[in-house]
Design a protein around this ligand. Structure first.
Ligand SMILES: Cc1cc2nc3c(=O)[nH]c(=O)nc-3n(C[C@H](O)[C@H](O)[C@H](O)COP(=O)(O)OP(=O)(O)OC[C@H]3O[C@@H](n4cnc5c(N)ncnc54)[C@H](O)[C@@H]3O)c2cc1C
Length: 376
């Protein structure tokens, strides 16, 4: 009997497995593919990490713990490039959702930041072309994470601490045991575990159909650069731009693959996560992103050189779920992160450990509890 089985070894599952194993628990992780892979929500070379969190200031203490844990992970894996702080620019109209939300978080938690006008930004960061009505908040602690390398580092930590890891082992079925715990069925045999962590990402609705979740298809694009110097990490921070009310373009410096950008609003609903690979970018979508990039970065022209598809698992309020499903005290749901969860995966792993051990989480998790959906 394992203490805990973790189902799905993407971002949240690999971080959880590592935290549980490092604490000395007897754990097993099941993954349907070979993680890290490109068929879920955690691929595409880079993810933003930022601190002046416009979504809600309540995320800031979690972020600060997440930063500490990313730093510790990097120190345990000096041979891997897991993250890089490039600074971050949050851009939009002064009264917009993004700028107002960032200021709220920065002021409430006294976070280092600078308010800049369009002319200041263009003088400092040459690649941007901004109209005068755009204002910016520069935060020095923002940057990027390399998700595939981070997941591999978590899996290496888990393995070194004695976790059993089974790749190409989808969970097929499960049932509760009369004496407590669960029997889990996978092609590699039956497994018994006292507790189960559900970190199946976009596949979660299949296992927890009563949760109010919607899986959407999201696109990532890379553009070739005629002159990459202004887009190098020393000259170009990660950015998030509210180009229309509550519509965001975000992007990264060139880390060797070109200029990467994406749109951060839920995309088209997907009837099944298994059809992702057949849902490549269409001509209209390539045209939309090319036009946006040309408008805000005039040095970049033409269609994207490359694109990828990925998935968001969205809740109605776009906050996460970290909770036990109703009437299932020995199960924990951790995946649905509405397209902004990767930066938190380090701290979510530690929170899973505290929840599994029935410890005080030490952080306010009320934003992530299922009870909030009953109130709606
Ligand atoms: C395009 C895009 C851009 C994003 N940008 C950012 C960003 O800049 N910053 C940020 O913080 N966040 C970002 N996010 C969000 C973040 O990447 C996700 O919240 C996070 O990676 C999701 O992790 P996960 O563990 O829930 O899902 P995944 O990493 O997809 O893991 C789920 C795993 O479960 C496995 N699985 C499913 N079913 C089974 C089964 N039956 N048996 C065994 N295994 C199973 C899957 O194969 C998969 O490996 C972005 C997401 C996308 C899609």
């Amino acid at each position: 009997m394992f203490d805990v089985a973790v189902i799905g070894l993407g971002a949240m599952g690999s971080a959880s497995l590592a935290a549980l194993a490092r604490a000395g628990l007897k754990v097993i992780g099941l993954e349907q593919f070979h993680s890290p892979h490109q068929r879920g929500s955690s691929h595409g070379d880079t993810r933003v990490i930022r601190e002046t969190y416009f979504e809600d200031p309540a995320y800031v203490p979690l972020l600060q713990e997440a930063y500490r844990l990313w730093d510790a992970l990097q120190q345990r894996h000096p041979e891997q490039k897991l993250w890089r702080l490039t600074g971050g620019l949050m851009l939009g109209p002064a009264d917009g959702h993004l700028i107002q939300g960032c200021l709220r978080s920065a002021q409430q938690w006294s976070l280092p930041h600078q308010q800049l006008c369009a002319a200041d930004i263009q003088a400092r960061f040459k690649a941007f072309a901004l109209p005068d009505n755009i204002t910016g908040i520069y935060e020095p602690r923002a940057g990027l994470l390399h998700p595939e390398a981070c997941i591999q580092a978590f899996l290496d930590d888990a393995s070194a601490a004695g976790a059993h890891i089974r790749m190409h082992s989808p969970l097929l079925n499960w049932e509760p045991l009369a004496r407590g715990g669960f029997c889990l069925q996978s092609p590699t045999g039956l497994i018994e575990a006292r507790k189960v962590v559900w970190s199946t990402g976009a596949w979660l609705p299949q296992w927890q159909p009563t949760l109010p979740l919607q899986v959407t298809r999201q696109l990532l694009f890379w553009f070739s650069l005629p002159d990459s110097k202004p887009f190098q990490p020393e000259h170009f921070p990660i950015f998030l731009l509210e180009y229309q009310p509550e519509k965001y373009l975000y992007g990264f410096p060139d880390t060797g693959l070109g200029f990467k950008v994406a749109i951060h609003v839920p995309g088209r609903p997907l009837s099944s996560p298994d059809i992702l690979q057949a849902a490549a970018a269409e001509a209209e979508e390539l045209g939309e992103i090319s036009q946006l990039v040309q408008q805000w970065f005039p040095q970049v022209s033409g269609p994207p050189a490359q694109s990828q598809v990925c998935m968001y698992t969205n809740t109605p309020d776009h906050h996460f779920i970290l909770d036990r499903p109703p009437h299932s005290p020995d199960m924990l749901v951790v995946s649905p992160c509405s397209g902004h969860g990767f930066k938190f995966s380090s701290v979510i792993g530690e929170l899973v450990l505290r929840e599994i051990q029935d410890q005080d989480p030490g952080l306010d998790l009320s934003l992530f509890r299922l009870q909030r959906f009953q109130k709606c």
